[in-house]
Design a protein around this ligand. Sequence first.
Ligand code: PT1
Length: 282
Amino acid sequence: MVAEFFDCGGVLLPLDRPHVVGILNLTPDSFFDGGRHTDPARAAERAWRMVEEGASLVELGGESTRPGAHPVPLDEERRRVLPVLERIRDLPVPLAVDTSDPALMREAAACGVRLVNDVRALSRPGALEAVRASGLAVCLMHMRGEPPTMQDDPRYADVVEDVHGFLAGRRDAALTAGIGARSILLDPGFGFGKTLAHNCALLRALGRFRDLGCPLLVGLSRKSFVGALAGGPRPVSERLAGSLAAAVLAYGNGATFLRVHDVAATRDALALVHAIRSGAAA
Ligand code: PT1
Protein backbone atom coordinates (compact mmCIF):
# COMPACT_ATOMS: atom_id res chain seq x y z
CA MET A 1 0.00 0.00 0.00
CA VAL A 2 1.24 3.44 -0.87
CA ALA A 3 0.84 5.97 1.94
CA GLU A 4 -1.65 8.82 1.51
CA PHE A 5 1.01 11.50 1.61
CA PHE A 6 4.58 11.81 0.45
CA ASP A 7 6.71 13.41 3.15
CA CYS A 8 8.86 15.73 1.09
CA GLY A 9 11.35 16.78 3.74
CA GLY A 10 8.55 18.00 6.02
CA VAL A 11 6.07 19.17 3.37
CA LEU A 12 3.25 16.66 2.87
CA LEU A 13 2.17 16.13 -0.74
CA PRO A 14 -1.11 14.25 -1.29
CA LEU A 15 -0.77 11.08 -3.38
CA ASP A 16 -4.32 11.03 -4.75
CA ARG A 17 -3.39 13.35 -7.60
CA PRO A 18 -0.52 13.76 -10.09
CA HIS A 19 2.39 16.10 -9.36
CA VAL A 20 4.48 17.95 -11.90
CA VAL A 21 8.17 18.36 -11.05
CA GLY A 22 9.59 21.29 -13.02
CA ILE A 23 13.13 20.82 -14.33
CA LEU A 24 15.52 23.77 -13.99
CA ASN A 25 18.78 22.85 -15.71
CA LEU A 26 21.72 25.02 -14.67
CA THR A 27 24.07 23.32 -17.11
CA PRO A 28 25.43 24.75 -20.35
CA ASP A 29 24.93 21.37 -22.08
CA SER A 30 21.56 19.88 -21.13
CA PHE A 31 19.76 18.18 -23.97
CA PHE A 32 16.74 20.48 -24.07
CA ASP A 33 17.32 23.73 -22.23
CA GLY A 34 21.09 23.67 -21.77
CA GLY A 35 22.56 27.14 -21.39
CA ARG A 36 19.23 28.90 -21.06
CA HIS A 37 19.34 29.27 -17.29
CA THR A 38 23.01 29.63 -16.44
CA ASP A 39 22.43 33.20 -15.19
CA PRO A 40 21.16 32.95 -11.58
CA ALA A 41 18.66 35.80 -11.95
CA ARG A 42 17.10 34.26 -15.06
CA ALA A 43 17.07 30.83 -13.44
CA ALA A 44 15.20 32.24 -10.43
CA GLU A 45 12.66 33.85 -12.75
CA ARG A 46 12.11 30.52 -14.49
CA ALA A 47 11.60 28.80 -11.11
CA TRP A 48 8.86 31.27 -10.16
CA ARG A 49 7.26 30.85 -13.58
CA MET A 50 7.14 27.08 -13.12
CA VAL A 51 5.32 27.54 -9.80
CA GLU A 52 2.75 29.78 -11.53
CA GLU A 53 2.36 27.09 -14.17
CA GLY A 54 1.49 24.47 -11.55
CA ALA A 55 4.72 22.73 -10.54
CA SER A 56 4.43 20.93 -7.18
CA LEU A 57 8.22 20.83 -6.94
CA VAL A 58 11.08 22.62 -8.67
CA GLU A 59 14.27 20.67 -9.30
CA LEU A 60 17.70 22.25 -9.85
CA GLY A 61 20.49 20.37 -11.55
CA GLY A 62 24.12 21.31 -12.15
CA GLU A 63 25.30 18.09 -13.78
CA SER A 64 23.95 16.79 -17.08
CA THR A 65 23.39 13.03 -16.99
CA ARG A 66 21.93 12.56 -20.46
CA PRO A 67 23.55 9.84 -22.60
CA GLY A 68 27.12 10.77 -23.53
CA ALA A 69 27.44 13.50 -20.88
CA HIS A 70 30.65 13.65 -18.87
CA PRO A 71 30.90 14.23 -15.12
CA VAL A 72 31.29 17.76 -13.82
CA PRO A 73 33.80 18.62 -11.05
CA LEU A 74 32.03 19.14 -7.73
CA ASP A 75 33.20 22.77 -7.50
CA GLU A 76 31.56 23.53 -10.83
CA GLU A 77 28.34 21.77 -9.82
CA ARG A 78 28.27 23.81 -6.59
CA ARG A 79 28.95 27.07 -8.50
CA ARG A 80 25.96 26.38 -10.71
CA VAL A 81 23.48 25.30 -8.04
CA LEU A 82 24.16 27.27 -4.85
CA PRO A 83 23.75 30.86 -6.17
CA VAL A 84 20.34 29.95 -7.61
CA LEU A 85 19.30 28.23 -4.40
CA GLU A 86 20.10 31.36 -2.42
CA ARG A 87 17.74 33.35 -4.64
CA ILE A 88 14.77 30.98 -4.49
CA ARG A 89 14.78 29.90 -0.86
CA ASP A 90 11.35 31.50 -0.44
CA LEU A 91 9.73 29.66 -3.36
CA PRO A 92 6.29 28.46 -2.19
CA VAL A 93 6.87 24.86 -3.33
CA PRO A 94 9.51 22.38 -2.16
CA LEU A 95 12.89 22.48 -3.91
CA ALA A 96 14.75 19.44 -5.16
CA VAL A 97 18.34 19.09 -6.27
CA ASP A 98 19.57 16.59 -8.86
CA THR A 99 22.94 15.42 -7.57
CA SER A 100 24.90 12.32 -6.56
CA ASP A 101 27.33 14.22 -4.36
CA PRO A 102 26.92 13.88 -0.58
CA ALA A 103 28.62 17.22 0.19
CA LEU A 104 26.29 19.10 -2.16
CA MET A 105 23.30 17.24 -0.67
CA ARG A 106 24.19 18.60 2.76
CA GLU A 107 24.85 22.13 1.50
CA ALA A 108 21.60 22.13 -0.46
CA ALA A 109 19.67 20.96 2.61
CA ALA A 110 21.17 23.86 4.57
CA CYS A 111 19.81 26.18 1.84
CA GLY A 112 16.28 24.82 2.28
CA VAL A 113 16.21 22.01 -0.30
CA ARG A 114 13.83 19.19 0.70
CA LEU A 115 14.41 16.43 -1.82
CA VAL A 116 17.49 14.87 -3.41
CA ASN A 117 17.03 13.35 -6.84
CA ASP A 118 19.94 10.96 -7.33
CA VAL A 119 20.30 9.13 -10.65
CA ARG A 120 22.89 6.95 -8.83
CA ALA A 121 20.37 6.02 -6.10
CA LEU A 122 22.58 7.16 -3.17
CA SER A 123 25.37 4.76 -4.15
CA ARG A 124 28.27 7.17 -3.49
CA PRO A 125 30.00 6.76 -0.13
CA GLY A 126 28.26 8.97 2.44
CA ALA A 127 25.18 9.71 0.32
CA LEU A 128 22.70 7.62 2.35
CA GLU A 129 23.99 9.24 5.55
CA ALA A 130 23.88 12.76 4.07
CA VAL A 131 20.19 12.35 3.18
CA ARG A 132 19.30 10.79 6.54
CA ALA A 133 21.22 13.34 8.62
CA SER A 134 19.69 16.27 6.69
CA GLY A 135 16.10 14.99 6.95
CA LEU A 136 15.76 15.07 3.17
CA ALA A 137 13.37 13.10 1.00
CA VAL A 138 14.92 11.18 -1.89
CA CYS A 139 14.23 9.88 -5.37
CA LEU A 140 16.14 6.66 -6.06
CA MET A 141 16.63 6.01 -9.78
CA HIS A 142 17.82 3.00 -11.76
CA MET A 143 20.73 3.51 -14.15
CA ARG A 144 22.74 0.79 -15.93
CA GLY A 145 26.35 1.99 -16.22
CA GLU A 146 27.32 5.67 -16.35
CA PRO A 147 26.18 8.41 -18.77
CA PRO A 148 29.22 8.42 -21.11
CA THR A 149 28.70 4.77 -22.13
CA MET A 150 25.33 3.65 -20.75
CA GLN A 151 23.68 3.52 -24.18
CA ASP A 152 26.34 1.21 -25.66
CA ASP A 153 24.28 -1.93 -26.22
CA PRO A 154 22.49 -2.25 -22.84
CA ARG A 155 21.14 -5.77 -22.16
CA TYR A 156 18.93 -7.30 -19.49
CA ALA A 157 17.67 -10.81 -18.80
CA ASP A 158 14.31 -9.17 -18.07
CA VAL A 159 14.41 -5.39 -17.87
CA VAL A 160 11.30 -5.03 -15.70
CA GLU A 161 12.43 -7.64 -13.16
CA ASP A 162 16.04 -6.36 -13.16
CA VAL A 163 14.97 -2.76 -12.51
CA HIS A 164 12.40 -3.89 -9.93
CA GLY A 165 15.04 -5.89 -8.04
CA PHE A 166 17.50 -2.99 -8.13
CA LEU A 167 14.94 -0.49 -6.81
CA ALA A 168 13.85 -2.89 -4.06
CA GLY A 169 17.49 -3.17 -2.98
CA ARG A 170 18.12 0.58 -2.95
CA ARG A 171 14.84 1.22 -1.12
CA ASP A 172 15.94 -1.30 1.54
CA ALA A 173 19.37 0.36 1.80
CA ALA A 174 17.64 3.72 2.35
CA LEU A 175 15.30 2.27 4.99
CA THR A 176 18.20 0.57 6.76
CA ALA A 177 20.07 3.89 6.80
CA GLY A 178 17.11 5.43 8.64
CA ILE A 179 15.45 7.33 5.79
CA GLY A 180 11.67 7.40 6.33
CA ALA A 181 9.53 5.06 4.23
CA ARG A 182 7.21 7.95 3.38
CA SER A 183 10.09 10.05 2.06
CA ILE A 184 11.26 7.74 -0.74
CA LEU A 185 10.35 7.97 -4.43
CA LEU A 186 11.41 5.33 -6.95
CA ASP A 187 12.19 5.84 -10.63
CA PRO A 188 12.91 3.20 -13.34
CA GLY A 189 15.24 5.67 -15.07
CA PHE A 190 13.94 6.05 -18.63
CA GLY A 191 16.79 6.40 -21.11
CA PHE A 192 19.51 5.45 -18.61
CA GLY A 193 21.09 2.33 -20.13
CA LYS A 194 17.90 1.36 -21.95
CA THR A 195 16.96 0.69 -25.55
CA LEU A 196 13.70 1.81 -27.08
CA ALA A 197 12.27 -1.64 -26.35
CA HIS A 198 13.43 -1.46 -22.70
CA ASN A 199 11.82 1.97 -22.22
CA CYS A 200 8.56 0.72 -23.72
CA ALA A 201 8.54 -2.43 -21.58
CA LEU A 202 9.05 -0.34 -18.43
CA LEU A 203 6.36 2.16 -19.32
CA ARG A 204 3.87 -0.67 -20.00
CA ALA A 205 4.79 -2.43 -16.76
CA LEU A 206 4.87 0.51 -14.32
CA GLY A 207 2.12 -1.26 -12.34
CA ARG A 208 4.66 -3.97 -11.50
CA PHE A 209 6.47 -1.45 -9.28
CA ARG A 210 3.45 -0.79 -7.10
CA ASP A 211 4.37 -3.55 -4.64
CA LEU A 212 7.53 -1.64 -3.73
CA GLY A 213 5.29 0.59 -1.61
CA CYS A 214 6.75 3.93 -2.72
CA PRO A 215 5.31 6.51 -5.10
CA LEU A 216 6.86 6.50 -8.58
CA LEU A 217 8.57 9.41 -10.30
CA VAL A 218 9.23 9.24 -14.03
CA GLY A 219 11.26 11.40 -16.39
CA LEU A 220 10.11 11.06 -20.00
CA SER A 221 10.07 14.69 -21.05
CA ARG A 222 11.51 15.25 -24.55
CA LYS A 223 13.73 12.15 -24.39
CA SER A 224 14.91 10.56 -27.62
CA PHE A 225 12.66 7.48 -27.36
CA VAL A 226 9.65 9.82 -27.21
CA GLY A 227 10.87 11.53 -30.38
CA ALA A 228 11.47 8.16 -32.04
CA LEU A 229 7.92 6.95 -31.38
CA ALA A 230 5.90 10.12 -31.85
CA GLY A 231 6.04 10.48 -35.62
CA GLY A 232 9.58 9.37 -36.37
CA PRO A 233 12.90 10.78 -35.22
CA ARG A 234 12.03 14.25 -34.07
CA PRO A 235 14.41 16.93 -32.80
CA VAL A 236 14.11 17.81 -29.12
CA SER A 237 12.17 20.98 -29.96
CA GLU A 238 9.38 18.92 -31.58
CA ARG A 239 8.75 16.38 -28.85
CA LEU A 240 6.08 18.15 -26.79
CA ALA A 241 3.06 16.20 -28.04
CA GLY A 242 4.83 12.87 -27.57
CA SER A 243 6.00 13.93 -24.11
CA LEU A 244 2.45 14.81 -23.05
CA ALA A 245 1.16 11.46 -24.32
CA ALA A 246 3.93 9.67 -22.44
CA ALA A 247 3.16 11.60 -19.23
CA VAL A 248 -0.54 10.77 -19.48
CA LEU A 249 0.23 7.09 -20.10
CA ALA A 250 2.70 6.95 -17.21
CA TYR A 251 0.18 8.54 -14.86
CA GLY A 252 -2.48 6.09 -16.00
CA ASN A 253 -0.08 3.22 -15.32
CA GLY A 254 0.71 4.34 -11.78
CA ALA A 255 3.29 7.14 -11.76
CA THR A 256 2.51 10.05 -9.41
CA PHE A 257 5.42 12.44 -10.04
CA LEU A 258 6.16 13.56 -13.59
CA ARG A 259 9.52 15.26 -14.09
CA VAL A 260 9.08 17.64 -17.04
CA HIS A 261 10.34 20.68 -18.91
CA ASP A 262 6.87 21.83 -20.06
CA VAL A 263 5.08 22.47 -16.78
CA ALA A 264 1.88 24.25 -17.90
CA ALA A 265 1.11 21.86 -20.76
CA THR A 266 1.75 18.77 -18.63
CA ARG A 267 -0.35 20.14 -15.78
CA ASP A 268 -3.29 20.68 -18.12
CA ALA A 269 -3.00 17.22 -19.70
CA LEU A 270 -2.81 15.51 -16.31
CA ALA A 271 -5.58 17.68 -14.83
CA LEU A 272 -7.96 16.42 -17.51
CA VAL A 273 -7.11 12.77 -16.89
CA HIS A 274 -7.28 13.17 -13.13
CA ALA A 275 -10.63 15.01 -13.25
CA ILE A 276 -12.21 12.27 -15.34
CA ARG A 277 -10.69 9.33 -13.46
CA SER A 278 -11.46 10.69 -10.00
CA GLY A 279 -15.04 11.69 -10.86
CA ALA A 280 -14.33 15.24 -9.62
CA ALA A 281 -15.84 16.67 -12.80
CA ALA A 282 -19.11 14.76 -12.12
C1 PT1 B 1 14.99 10.91 -14.89
C2 PT1 B 1 16.02 11.85 -15.17
C3 PT1 B 1 16.66 12.47 -14.06
N1 PT1 B 1 16.41 12.16 -16.44
C4 PT1 B 1 15.27 11.26 -12.59
N2 PT1 B 1 16.26 12.16 -12.79
C5 PT1 B 1 17.42 13.04 -16.64
N3 PT1 B 1 14.89 10.95 -11.32
C6 PT1 B 1 18.05 13.64 -15.53
C7 PT1 B 1 17.41 10.78 -24.10
O1 PT1 B 1 17.36 9.56 -24.39
O2 PT1 B 1 14.36 10.27 -15.85
N4 PT1 B 1 14.65 10.64 -13.62
N5 PT1 B 1 17.66 13.36 -14.27
C8 PT1 B 1 17.86 13.34 -18.06
N6 PT1 B 1 18.36 12.16 -18.66
C9 PT1 B 1 18.19 11.83 -20.02
C10 PT1 B 1 18.21 10.50 -20.41
C11 PT1 B 1 17.94 12.83 -20.95
C12 PT1 B 1 17.96 10.15 -21.73
C13 PT1 B 1 17.71 12.50 -22.28
C14 PT1 B 1 17.70 11.14 -22.69
O3 PT1 B 1 17.18 11.67 -24.92
